[in-house]
Design a protein around this ligand. Structure first.
Ligand SMILES: [Zn+2]
Length: 564
């Protein structure tokens, strides 16, 4: 069902942009939100709003506060864009229900007919009758609201994989380097589920994706069909039922702004309709480099938001609220922890740690753990954005329950000598064979007077040599010659290349890909240690993350140090 509503004069006046369905606050919108709160977002429901300011937009499209009423002149101005939007939305639903005032109806109805909508119901009558009709139409939709996982009950340490749109083509051919289709039409599988065995207990998704152009929650144009309904995250990531969806606000992305761009009620609403299991309160990081009064203001704001957020979360009852703890020092963190537990939080997430040294983190975690130990209830503690191999012993001792980290994943393609974690616990350097057709590499080649076509032959020789080495058909030194002959065309000086030779030799001689039983290593062979393109590099990251996950699950405290 495509539900079309008119905008309402009554609005919330939050300064941050709000989804249209939260911005408008007339009786129909209040009814709609009350329904969504009780029943979740029915999979068959799409909602559009005819805004006097923005034309026909999806109900989830964020809009700033404004003041404008629809009159016949404005309706005439908007006619062509409304028609274009309806053309984009035609296949969203098999029927359309129009619940709006007469001016909206007289604009939308001819446009719906012109755009070829066949089953359109115009709800007649005064506002009371419209509300009753809307209520009946919504009640008739099947809903799928589920109770959410509580990791507290799992009683073991959890690891979350932070998502930034990490998808792979499961049918990528590593020999021909062909994808399963052109961009946009490829098969895709999320990094967290690609392996067929878990590499984390769930995914951490940041609401701050709404400020970016990446991820499921990314910014869309206001009339994009996807802004008419939330896509269920579990489905989007193809996650198994027992995987946990954890949402946070991504406070690092707005640390430079005066106020969080996400309001408390918006965060709670989004956690609810997207089907999160856990949702973090709206925090504002009191970063150490800010002036003291500003840091204190942010601390107070974070606590006030946490109180308001807990009330909102209880209102929805569908996800478990996580109170985000900040502090200027360890004693402050302890105070905030006590306050949040007193408010009623059972799940806490310690934020702002990325800025801190291992020593500071150790102090903070000890202080928070001491407060937690004094409580009668079991309190779940998550550390946001850090893993810190050297502190694992302390984290285990302090009974830290949960982490999110992409560090082992991203190491796969960082410019360092630690790209592939062996099952022997040692890091290995991946072997770079850059893609010569990549625009940046083409530019480098041209700058050095080398025709990209000439580089292709050396590139292919390097790849062939590596595959032959893996098969036992070529010796290590001639393989290194081939790899470095191509490498020298791209960007390295001779000194760096001497280092590379010994790093690469170490990787090749150890043959770590032969010792790992994971699906990536079994199916890619030596390609898993070739540093080349997202398909190989992300799979290497998945392999690394699997090892990290297994170590955490086994309660292993001996994590490979960053430098051997
Ligand atoms: Zn592996």
């Amino acid at each position: 069902m495509l539900l079309l509503l008119g905008c309402s004069a009554r609005k919330r006046h939050d300064t941050q942009p709000l989804p249209a369905i939260l911005r408008y606050d007339g009786p129909l919108y209040q009814d709609l939100r009350a329904f969504l709160r009780r029943r979740g977002w029915p999979p068959a429901l799409r909602i559009g709003t005819f805004s006097a300011e923005y034309g026909l937009i999806g109900a989830l499209a964020p809009i700033p506060d404004y003041e404008r009423r629809l009159d016949s002149e404005r309706a005439a101005q908007l006619r062509s864009t409304v028609l274009a939007t309806l053309a984009r939305w035609r296949d969203l639903a098999d029927r359309t229900v129009l619940v709006a005032g007469s001016l909206y109806v007289s604009s939308l109805l001819p446009a719906l007919q012109a755009a070829g909508y066949s089953s359109v119901t115009v709800v007649p009558g005064a506002i009371g009758e419209k509300r009753a009709h809307l209520g009946r139409a919504l009640q008739a939709l099947p809903s799928v609201l589920q109770t959410r996982h509580d990791p507290v009950d799992m009683g073991r340490r959890t690891v979350f994989f932070p998502d930034w749109e990490d998808f792979l083509d499961p049918d990528f051919d590593f020999l021909t380097e062909h994808f399963s289709g052109p961009p946009g039409a490829r098969r895709r599988v999320h990094a967290a589920t690609a392996l067929g065995e878990p590499i984390s207990d769930g995914i951490l998704v940041s609401l701050a994706q709404r400020l970016t152009h990446k991820g499921l929650l990314k910014q869309l144009d206001r009339s994009d069909p996807r802004s008419t309904a939330p896509q269920q995250l579990r489905q989007y990531y193809q996650l198994p039922d027992d995987a946990i969806l954890f949402g946070d606000c991504g406070a690092f992305s707005y640390v430079e702004e005066e106020e969080p761009p996400i309001t408390v009620s918006e965060a709670a609403f989004l956690y609810h309709i997207y089907g999160f299991d856990l949702g973090a309160s709206v925090d504002h990081i009191p970063a150490p480099y800010l002036p003291l009064p500003e840091r204190q203001r942010r601390l107070q704001l974070t606590l006030a938001n946490a109180a308001a957020f807990l009330a909102e979360a209880r209102h929805y009852g569908s996800f478990h609220p996580v109170g985000v703890v900040h502090g200027l020092d360890a004693a402050d963190y302890a105070r905030s922890t006590a306050l949040l537990i007193e408010m009623g939080y059972r799940h806490l997430g310690i934020g702002g740690l990325v800025f801190r040294s291992d020593r500071e983190i150790a102090e903070i975690v000890r202080a928070v753990a001491a407060v937690r130990a004094s409580m009668r209830r079991r309190i779940w503690i998550h550390l946001f954005g850090i893993f810190r191999p050297k502190l694992q012993h302390l984290f285990e001792e302090s009974r830290v329950d949960s982490f999110d980290t992409a560090s082992y994943y991203r190491k796969a393609w960082l410019r360092s000598d630690q790209n592939y974690l062996g099952v022997d616990g040692r890091w290995y350097s991946a072997i770079r064979v850059p893609v010569s057709s990549d625009p940046r590499n083409r530019r480098k080649l041209l700058q050095r007077g080398i025709r990209p076509e000439d580089a292709v032959e050396l590139e292919q020789q390097a790849l062939r040599a590596l595959v032959a080495y893996a098969a036992g058909e070529q010796d290590v030194e001639s393989t290194l010659d081939a790899v470095l002959a191509y490498d020298s065309l791209i960007d390295r000086d001779d000194l760096a290349r001497r280092d590379l030779r010994s790093l690469y030799r170490r990787t090749l001689l150890a043959r770590p890909w032969e010792q790992c039983p994971c699906v990536v290593c079994r199916s890619l062979g030596i390609h898993v240690v070739i540093f080349r393109g997202g398909e190989r590099n992300r799979r290497r990251g998945i392999h690394n993350t699997r090892l990290l996950y297994r170590q955490v699950r086994n309660g292993d405290q001996c994590f490979p140090a960053d430098h051997e």
